[in-house]
Design a protein around this ligand. Structure first.
Ligand SMILES: Nc1nc2c(c(=O)[nH]1)N[C@@H](CN(C=O)c1ccc(C(=O)N[C@@H](CCC(=O)O)C(=O)O)cc1)CN2
Length: 268
């Protein structure tokens, strides 16, 4: 599975470099963080480094948790005419501003989500794009119609938009959440299982079978180690293809921030 991710990453990066080099449109990004969530620091650093590596401007605005108001975030959003994102999670009481689609790199705002529901091909949320690309490369470009996909998790940033995108592609979706009886589910009937609950051990590798694609979206820190939502039982080698954590969906998510910024800057 690592090879699939590497192939995808390298091919996409090369494609983006080509667009950036040949297109005269300047690509830039602003990232806003509030407070000092340790995981967010790592994710934002990865995004900034990617832009720096390509000599593209990436402005990182760091606001203190104490004293930052919703009005501060809203006025930053209102002032920008180029791609911007508000790194999540934000401290309690603050929400990411509802960005216009033209500057919404994450695709989390109501305009971008409305376009997604209408199938108008907007930028997809970066993790959703990563899952779609992995399915496309692993199962084939024309595999989406009729593909049986289980999605665990109903977050606004992964579970819900992924379900909508897959419905647009005529896949057959089953959605599960914390109230679902996961123990009663026959997981073998799915072609693809996407686990995006944020809980390590939601499923484990003994529950999958040969031929299935398992996309682990989780990034959890347990005893200082980075693990996904899927528990890997010692001594059990699953024949299913399971995306690794780290070095899987998270790595592609980061690259898709660049991809979405390029798309938005091109469309200006
Ligand atoms: N505004 C947003 N906030 C958050 C999003 C998002 O898409 N937009 N998603 C997640 C975090 N995320 C994106 O920001 C993200 C997650 C993981 C990575 C990444 O590089 N992961 C590496 C390992 C990193 C590590 O060492 O910890 C990997 O999986 O290999 C980048 C971005 C929540 N917030």
């Amino acid at each position: 599975m690592k090879a699939v991710i590497n192939t995808l990453y390298e091919a996409k990066l090369a494609e983006l470099k080509e667009i950036i080099d040949t297109d005269s449109v300047p690509v830039q990004l602003t990232i806003v963080t509030v407070g000092d969530d340790p995981a967010s620091k790592v994710y934002v650093r990865n995004k900034v480094r990617l832009f720096e590596a390509l000599e593209l401007p990436c402005h990182h605005i760091i606001l203190p948790e104490e004293g930052t108001t919703q009005g501060d975030l809203d006025s930053l959003a209102a002032k920008t005419d180029h791609p911007i994102l508000f790194q999540l999670p934000l401290p309690n009481g603050l929400e990411a501003p509802d960005l216009p689609a033209a500057v919404d790199v994450d695709g989390f705002g109501s305009e971008a989500l409305g376009q997604l529901v209408l199938g108008q091909n907007p930028v997809l949320p970066c993790t959703v794009q990563a899952a779609i690309d992995i399915i496309e490369l692993h199962c084939g470009e024309f595999s989406f119609p009729g593909l049986k996909v289980a999605i665990l998790g109903r977050s606004n940033i992964v579970g819900k938009p992924l379900a909508i995108e897959l419905i647009n592609r005529q896949s057959t979706i089953s959605s599960f959440n914390s109230r679902s009886d996961l123990a009663a589910v026959d997981w073998n009937k799915f072609d693809v299982i996407v686990v995006a609950t944020g809980y390590h051990g939601t499923l484990d590798n003994t529950q999958f079978i040969e031929g299935q694609l398992i996309i682990d979206v989780g990034i959890n820190r347990i005893d200082g180690k980075l693990v996904g939502d899927i528990k890997h039982q010692d001594g059990h080698l699953s024949d299913a293809a399971i995306t690794p954590v780290p070095g899987g969906v998270g790595r592609l998510t980061c690259l898709n921030v660049l991809g979405n910024a390029v798309k938005l800057c091109q469309a200006k």
